[in-house]
Design a protein around this ligand. Structure first.
Ligand code: PLP
Length: 463
């Protein structure tokens, strides 16, 4: 009988995070200010605590996980590695499909891996209160939980369309003592400006980030900071515990490296979490097809460009070298709210430029089709973001069948969908629509990307 659940003991949980910046063959381009200066640590101090800024800029390969963070992570980690044998049988594929199940965290997704670390470092630095944005609500709930654990206040700006689609998320945040507000809101200058020009906007992560950063930096007590749920180096770093655990678990069933690795990618942290430790193997010679999956409604990796761009709509963040659709881009209101971000993490973007990763995009209807197949084979109801990864897994498993190859596919199941049933209901009643953006819309948005500072495409040509 196949082993379908592979567990690790707490004592075998990784004690260090892995930093891909140490191994990328070309050094990362630095973030810039709008007038082209390289961003210094001091410039970020109004937004983040010093200890996290240090991590953000670090090129050290391994960074210790503090015991206080491990203590909290033990609550649900190591997360199980499971094998999707029912899906394999349904597809009649020779491929073995393994997945890390990140839905088992208190908030229901991978986001808790970094929220706990960020709340810990902020608390240690003397911060009293955190602000943040959230798309689908997963990150907001994860930060609400972590702030509760470390005794911090928490304010969450939730993208309006998700706020309306997923009211239960607000309740969950409230349960841990956080305050959740629909964005754009009247609480900030950025929100008021947007509401004036676009009163019916569904909102976007870019807008919500502007509001949350503004709320943090304008707090006169100086004891509020901002926390980001994806994109930045330190966030991706905290997620690498997923891939590091997966390496140990695969070893238990005799697998050193999978042939294919898949993760859905909004800002890139979920994908980086599973992929980066294996990307190190690829840099050192392993043959692995590493696939970040985005939504066709927000195709920055497959149709955007690599450029210096702001992480938010109001231009409050530094310019980051990344794949972007333009910081003014407001994607269609798909149910996978966590994939509605205009940019991709700089570390993932540089790995794509280098050729280490092969991005792809999935349409909303196909992702729901995949989620239904998953629920009817594997049983679990998954988050709409995760279903984009499953759609790609099914494609790769069918390809393996066609080629008659016994591949190992590994993917990250980023979260459960128990609070996302509205989208499922729409799909089952035939009301869910395919959701793509036209090339004209993308062209118009990209024309507004700032062009003063060019992000050179640097690659070694090895991959
Ligand atoms: C369940 C789930 N999966 C994936 C993502 C995308 O996350 P990331 O920004 O880490 O790529 C999100 C974002 O909110 C999410 O909630």
């Amino acid at each position: 009988m196949e082993q379908i659940k592979i567990f690790l003991d707490e004592k075998d949980m990784p004690r260090k995070w892995y930093n891909l910046a140490a191994d990328l063959p070309t050094a990362m381009l630095p973030p810039l200010t709008p007038d082209g200066q390289v961003v210094t640590p001091q410039m970020l101090e109004a937004v983040f605590p010093k200890n996290l800024i240090e991590q953000e800029m670090s090129t050290k390969r391994w960074i210790d996980i503090p015991p206080e963070v491990l203590e909290v992570l033990y609550q649900w980690r190591p997360s199980p590695l499971r094998r999707a044998v029912n899906l394999e049988r349904y597809l009649k594929t020779p491929a073995k499909i393994y997945y890390k199940d990140e839905s088992v965290s208190p908030a229901g997704s991978h986001k808790t891996n970094t929220s706990v670390a960020q709340a810990y470092y902020n608390k240690k630095f003397g911060v009293k209160s955190l602000t943040t944005e959230t798309g689908a609500g997963q990150w907001g709930t994860a930060l609400a939980y972590a702030c509760h654990v470390f005794g911090l206040e928490c304010k969450v700006f939730m993208v309006r369309v998700s706020f309306e689609q997923k009211p239960m998320r607000k309740i969950m945040m409230g349960l841990w003592g956080a305050n959740c507000i629909a964005s754009p809101s009247n609480e900030t200058q950025a929100g008021r400006t947007i509401l004036k020009s676009m009163p019916d906007t569904p909102g976007s992560l870019g807008i919500a980030i502007s509001e949350a950063v503004e709320a943090a930096v304008t707090d006169k007590t100086g004891r509020t900071r901002y926390a980001l749920g994806s994109v930045l180096n330190h966030v991706l770093l905290h997620q690498t515990i997923i891939g590091l655990e997966a390496q140990k678990q695969l070893k238990k069933v005799g697998i050193k490296n999978p042939d294919v690795i898949i993760g859905c990618a909004g800002g890139g942290s979920n994908f980086a979490g599973i992929a980066f430790p294996f990307t190190q193997e690829k840099i050192n010679g392993a043959k692995i097809d590493i696939i970040p999956v985005e939504s066709e409604a927000c195709p920055k990796m497959t149709k955007g460009k690599f450029a210096y761009d702001h992480g938010d709509i109001a231009g409050m963040t530094p310019l980051l070298p990344m794949h972007t659709l333009g910081s003014q881009f407001v994607p269609p209101a798909i149910h996978a709210g966590g994939l509605r971000y205009h940019g991709m993490a700089p570390l993932v973007s540089q790995a794509i430029v280098e050729g280490l990763m092969r991005p792809t995009a999935v349409d909303q209807l196909h992702s729901y089709e995949a989620a239904i197949i998953w629920a009817r084979t594997e049983g679990f109801v998954i988050a709409p973001e995760s279903s984009n990864a499953v759609a790609q897994v099914i494609k790769e498993a069918n390809k393996a069948k066609k080629e008659g190859k016994q591949k190992t596919i590994l993917f990250n199941l980023s979260g459960h969908g128990l609070l996302d049933l509205v989208g499922y209901d729409k799909y089952l009643s035939g009301k869910l629509e395919s959701s793509q953006v036209t090339s004209d819309e993308i062209k118009r948005s990209l024309e507004r990307v700032q062009k003063v500072h060019v992000a050179p495409m640097r690659k070694t040509g090895k991959w």
